[in-house]
Ligand binder design. Structure first.
Ligand code: DX5
Ligand code: ZN
Length: 218
């Protein structure tokens, strides 16, 4: 593989009793971004963490914060996420009535704007907005929890999206989230992904830093 994939470890699977050490480990590692999963208990059936934790992460992390908002009406918090130091903000297609406006609000705040698609949401729904967005997050599990099994249909969706990006001369990156590990990353990249999120695969590994290296170079 010539171009190395972007690796975004998901802090959701980290040991929160040792959050500082986990972030130091990421600083030393070949991780490119830190993936932050914000859940509100409404859009998804789980609650994770919010602003105070992200502020603490920002203080320690040397890597860009790739923030995945699994919340309803995410537009209410764009300003706050910028203020606390997020670099990229990804909102769910399913959670935004005025997606185009929300995307431009994120960009006006000088963050990269991403759109996440649940496993059932047709990729074709992005055709009219693909030129406006910086990143598409293809969910390869149903959002809400780490440690779930990769839904293989995601591979077709990545390929379909790659074709759409090409046909529209878009610069959008494709990131894949959920169940990514050293067994399936090669297929994911081959299908056309630029970036992968890895939670359990990294933080439950015997040596997380080695695992990040492995994912980067597989
Ligand atoms: C799921 C989250 C994912 C999750 C990934 O709702 O969006 O980012 O933390 O964890 P793994 O890699 O364990 O599936
Ligand atoms: Zn995520």
């Amino acid at each position: 593989m010539s171009v190395k994939p972007i690796i975004a470890p998901s802090l959701l699977s980290a040991d929160f009793n040792r959050l500082g050490e986990e972030i130091e480990m990421l600083n030393h590692s070949e991780a490119d971004w830190v993936h932050l999963d914000v859940m509100d208990g409404v859009f998804v059936p789980n609650i994770s963490f919010g602003m105070p934790v992200i502020k603490a992460v920002r203080k320690l992390s040397e890597k860009p914060l790739d923030t995945h908002l699994m919340i309803v009406q995410p537009e209410r918090y764009i300003h706050t996420f910028k203020e606390i130091g997020c670099d990229m903000l990804t909102v769910h297609w399913e959670a935004c009535t005025h997606l185009h406006r929300t995307i431009y609000q994120i960009k006006e705040h000088d963050m990269l704007a991403g759109v996440a698609l649940n496993p059932h949401t047709p990729v074709a729904g992005l055709e009219d907005i693909i030129q406006d967005i910086d990143l598409v997050l293809i969910m390869s599990v149903n959002p809400g929890f780490g440690g779930q099994k990769f839904i293989t249909r995601a591979l077709h969706r990545i390929a379909e999206l790659r074709a759409m990006i090409k046909r529209n001369h878009s610069n959008a990156l494709i990131e894949v989230d959920g169940g990514v590990n050293s067994d399936n990353i090669a297929d994911i990249i081959k299908a056309g992904a630029d970036a992968v999120v890895a939670g359990n695969a990294v933080f439950k590994a015997e040596n997380p830093e080695n695992m990040i290296h492995q994912l980067k170079h597989l």
